[in-house]
Design a binder for this molecule. Structure first.
Ligand code: SAM
Length: 244
């Protein structure tokens, strides 16, 4: 029996029961065809998983009974933040989905000098946020990554520059990210900046390096920005989980 999971920002259980309405009830009933007795997982982003069973389900309302609460070890043991240039909507959504699956803590949207101005509307951020919630639900995460920005490179560097594990991905850097991370004892907060399709400008790179951020390579090939972001996240996640 497939167990579906849902994120709800608040889980006000009363006597171990919770009523959910709206989209989740409709999905459970109409799309997923769940029935009383079926298992459902709920999480609100605080690191805990609520194991529930459906008591009743209809198109507008589902009643759930909580059977237990767990703290599964699914999150990375440290903060992993990726600052990625705004990209075309489909590519940014792909990156947001994959970064969530890989385990990032925070995605910061970057407005770099060569970022092609794209609609930065609230709707777009709302859509990205939904993509990240769905990816967290699907991948078993118990936290949804924070979504911040769009911020300028100087704003991001002002926040991250002092971190010993803050990096900027540069095609011409000689130090591989994995090696840079392996040489650091403290890796509580890893930050990686990834530029737009046209790359960072020399002035942005110079400013970033002057603020203490280290340049790193992601290999000998030129990756598209979204591939670079996911590659950096996979390498950093693997280091955090003890693989490097
Ligand atoms: N020709 C552009 C340039 O000169 O930077 C290419 C930019 S690349 C498509 C977009 C971003 O991905 C870059 O700004 C960089 O942050 C990252 N990137 C791509 N390939 C990389 C690599 N092999 N090593 C490090 N960063 C890379």
């Amino acid at each position: 029996m497939q167990r579906y999971r849902f994120y709800l920002p608040e889980l006000p259980f009363q006597d171990e029961e919770l009523v959910v309405t709206g989209d989740i009830a409709r999905q459970l009933f109409r799309v997923l065809r769940r029935r009383p007795g079926d298992p459902v997982g709920l999480f609100c982003g605080d690191g805990r998983e609520h194991d529930c069973r459906l008591l009743s389900v209809g198109v507008s309302e589902a009643r759930l009974h909580r059977e237990g609460v767990r703290e599964p070890a699914v999150e990375l043991p440290g903060r992993l933040e990726v600052a990625l240039s705004l990209l075309k909507a489909d590519r940014l959504e792909w990156a947001a989905q994959k970064l969530t699956e890989v385990g990032v803590t925070r995605l910061v949207l970057l407005r770099a000098a060569r970022t092609v101005a794209l609609g930065e509307s609230g709707t777009r951020l709302g859509r990205l946020r939904r993509v990240m919630v769905e990816a967290a639900e699907q991948s078993g995460r118990v936290r949804v990554p924070e979504l911040a920005g769009p911020l300028g490179v100087d704003e991001v560097v002002a926040e991250f520059g002092a971190e010993p594990t803050a990096y900027i991905a540069c095609e011409d850097a000689s130090l591989p990210l994995a090696r840079a991370l392996a040489s650091r004892r403290s890796r509580e907060r890893i930050v990686v900046l990834v530029g737009p399709e046209g790359g960072f400008t020399p002035a942005e790179v110079a400013h970033t390096l002057a603020c203490g951020v280290r340049p790193v390579s992601l290999g000998g090939r030129t990756l598209r920005a979204e591939t670079a972001a996911v590659t950096a996240a996979v390498l950093a996640a693997s280091t955090l989980e003890g693989g490097g």
